[in-house]
Design a protein around this ligand. Structure first.
Ligand code: C5P
Length: 398
């Protein structure tokens, strides 16, 4: 599906730059055209000759190279492709992008473009987790930049943790997700995912064990079919997928506002594990422990976001889907929930501890619709997501 597509690949200066060579090879195998831009840092790790040989064409290096300007100015170079991929995206490059700097060819292209941008960060784990990098990541996401990885693992510098460049085939899959024209092209789907955190005071909160894995897989599968996805996520363990518009929230009330702002949509999928209650008046300062005295927490009910959207009088998405995590009488409870909430479908799963589903990689679901319950065989959360996205696309097409 990448045949005939055109990727502008910016290679940043990190030890993972060698993987960019394999990425070029993988893209070219798929008949995808690659125009490489090698930063000065990148050229310390891979040679211009190996990059241009693999890409089968010129490698762009310098903003002030008049030959390049005569052949193709940097503005048109930045806009001629279907997607700009930055791999590896170093901490320095991310910071420059977030700040809007344009001191060399790569950053000028990134600032001058209206083409979608996908970054694949790679850096030392402490640099990745540093507040400055995380702040830059949020800024970039707000600017619509998509992100794949980084992965967790052993690092070239001898440390362990998140910061490894996503593998070339994962980057290819993310590129395919972004560039695919699918059944859901032109459709907007809102997906909620992850847990919510309800503050007790500035340091304590009420939460639940949702990892966000299933909601993330569903959002990725919807993007895979070409949907425009607004991904409203609580503080999840798994990173959001590439190709979605991420709206990060903490609490149920923030999630409600984000969902309202994300509408209208053709479909809404509520995979988040929203807390049922919040602390009525969370304290602005840390509650002090007092010997022999227990604090009293007064709780208020959170809004039911799924029910609110499912029961909208006007502007209701054509398909509203809820989730039901049950430990017993799964079908009966989920069927009752579908009626109570007023949604079209409920994806129900058995989360009894012995199933290993909560936080695991597999899921066993039953889809409850008006016409009845359909129990799927146990399969990976990715496969559940793809099957579900296909059914959602077919339902919208009716
Ligand atoms: O009522 P219960 O929490 O079991 O319902 C689960 C479904 O409702 C999920 O789809 C969840 O995302 C949604 N929900 C919601 N807002 C809440 C509680 C649940 O959207 N406050």
């Amino acid at each position: 599906m990448l045949a005939g597509k055109h990727v502008l690949l910016i290679i940043g200066g990190g030890i993972a730059a060698y993987k960019a060579l394999d990425l070029i090879r993988r893209l070219r195998e798929r008949d995808c055209m690659v125009t490489p831009v090698l930063t000065d840092g990148g050229a310390e790790f891979v040679t211009p000759l190996s990059v241009s040989s693999l890409a089968g064409g010129k490698v762009y290096r310098d903003l002030f190279d008049l030959t390049d300007e005569a052949e193709m100015g940097h503005i048109s170079l930045s806009r001629a492709s279907d997607l700009i991929v930055v791999a590896p995206a170093t901490a320095d490059l991310m910071a420059k992008m977030a700040a809007g700097l344009a001191g060399d060819l790569a950053t000028t292209l990134l600032l001058a473009t209206d083409t979608p941008v996908l970054i694949a960060p790679a850096m030392n784990v402490r640099m990745w987790t540093h507040a400055a990098t995380q702040r830059n990541l949020i800024t970039l996401r707000d600017d619509g930049v998509m992100c794949v990885g980084p992965n967790e693992g052993d690092m070239a510098c001898g440390e362990y943790g998140p910061g490894r460049l996503a593998e070339p085939l994962e980057i290819v899959a993310a590129i395919e997700n972004v560039l695919r024209d699918g059944l859901l092209k032109g459709r907007h789907v809102v997906v909620t995912s992850g847990p919510t955190h309800e503050p007790i005071d500035p340091v304590r909160y009420i939460a639940n064990r949702s990892s966000g894995a299933q909601g993330t897989a569903i959002a990725a599968a919807l993007v895979g079919l070409g949907a425009e996805v607004t991904f409203v996520t609580g503080p999840a363990e798994v990173p959001p997928p590439a190709g979605v518009k991420v709206v990060a929230v903490e609490t149920a009330l923030e999630m409600q506002t984000a969902v309202r702002e994300a509408l209208p949509a053709d479909a809404a999928v509520f995979a988040a594990a929203v807390a049922d209650w919040h602390v009525t008046s969370a304290s602005d300062s840390k509650l002090k422990k007092q010997v022999g005295k227990l604090p009293t927490l007064q709780l208020s009910e959170n809004p039911d976001i799924l029910a609110e959207v499912a029961q909208m009088q006007s502007g209701r998405p054509a398909l509203v889907v809820g989730f039901a995590a049950e430990t017993d009488d799964v079908i009966a409870n989920a069927t009752a929930k579908r009626a109570r909430k007023g949604c079209d479908w409920i994806l129900a799963n058995d989360v009894s501890p012995d199933t290993g589903i909560m936080g695991g990689t597999e899921n066993a679901v039953t889809l409850i619709r008006e016409e009845g319950a359909d129990t799927w065989p146990r399969m990976s959360k990715d496969l559940v997501a793809r099957k579900f996205a296909q059914m959602l696309a077919e339902a919208l097409a009716k």
